[in-house]
Design a protein around this ligand. Structure first.
Ligand SMILES: NC(=O)c1ccc[n+]([C@@H]2O[C@H](COP(=O)([O-])OP(=O)(O)OC[C@H]3O[C@@H](n4cnc5c(N)ncnc54)[C@H](OP(=O)(O)O)[C@@H]3O)[C@@H](O)[C@H]2O)c1
Length: 245
């Protein structure tokens, strides 16, 4: 089994596979400085495109590929689909559902960071920006806004002059998110539509505070059989290996 990870769901699947009669490797891209290591084999770093991934799977006699990359990983899902076709190895996509708008939400859904910045307008705003440290450069084009930026790892160099820099890894509580937004007199929340419960509290807090949210839509994914939870993924894995009860 090869699991392409970097998500809570991939870690949960690794945990379930640790007790299964199958050997599995979790692959991480290596972006996070101190990743939580799984109870199964782990490799870190790129494969060298779809061909490199296919070669790795042949060499390690992989019998199933699980793409559990983040909903905003835009390239790896396509590499996984291509490698699955070229090797004939079955592929499952483990993808958490997107967040859904609720009646009191003031969401503006946009395609990308450039559109998010445009939606803020020219007048200086106070913005809670939770898009991840790799994607801050787009916001440097509008330095007149005040940003509160939260990322898992510290950001260096810091591309925005007028900002408060916080580090933190979910899950966060609605109360702490509300307190943070109130403390910094936040007017807008900008987030990717990552889905999942670990970081959903900020959306609930924005709803309760009646704050507008600029939500970036997910990038396209290739067509693949998909499930939403690690439990469903392990059922699929056991089934294709003839191990289901
Ligand atoms: N993008 C996000 O918002 C986000 C958020 C949280 C976690 N992550 C995780 O961070 C990783 C990188 O994200 P990204 O947006 O840069 O993805 P990406 O654009 O889809 O991938 C870029 C390159 O990183 C390598 N890579 C990605 N995932 C890998 C994995 N699981 N194992 C080994 N190599 C991997 C591949 O290099 P090669 O072509 O050399 O194989 C890939 O071409 C992903 O694993 C994703 O699950 C991403």
């Amino acid at each position: 089994m090869l699991i392409l990870g970097g998500t809570t769901e991939a870690s949960a699947l690794a945990q379930l596979l640790a007790d299964a009669p199958l050997s599995a490797t979790l692959s991480l891209a290596g972006r996070t400085q101190n990743p939580t290591l799984p109870p199964i084999d782990c490799r870190i770093g790129g494969f060298g495109g779809a061909e490199g991934l296919a070669a790795w799977m042949r060499e390690h006699r992989v019998t199933a590929l699980i793409d559990a990359t983040h909903p905003f990983a835009s390239r790896m899902p396509f590499h996984a689909a291509q490698a699955a076709i070229s090797t004939g190895i079955p592929l499952l996509s483990l993808l958490r559902p997107a967040w859904q708008r609720q009646s009191k939400d003031q969401w503006l859904e946009v395609e990308d960071h450039a559109a998010a910045i445009t939606a803020l307008g020219a007048e200086p705003r106070r913005v809670f920006l939770t898009v991840g440290r790799m994607e801050l450069a787009a916001y440097a084009t509008e330095p007149q806004h005040f940003y509160v930026i939260r990322s898992i790892d510290p950001v260096a160099p810091r591309p925005l002059p007028h900002a408060v820099w916080l580090t933190g890894r979910g899950p966060f509580t609605v109360e702490s998110e509300q307190a943070l937004m109130a403390e910094h007199r936040i007017e807008y929340l900008i987030s990717k539509n990552s889905g999942g419960s670990a970081t959903e509290a900020k959306l609930i807090a924005a709803r309760m505070l009646r704050l507008p949210v600029i939500l970036i839509r997910r990038p396209p994914r290739p067509d693949a059989k998909h499930v939403a939870t690690a439990e469903e993924a392990i059922q699929w894995i056991l089934c294709i290996h003839g191990l289901s009860s």
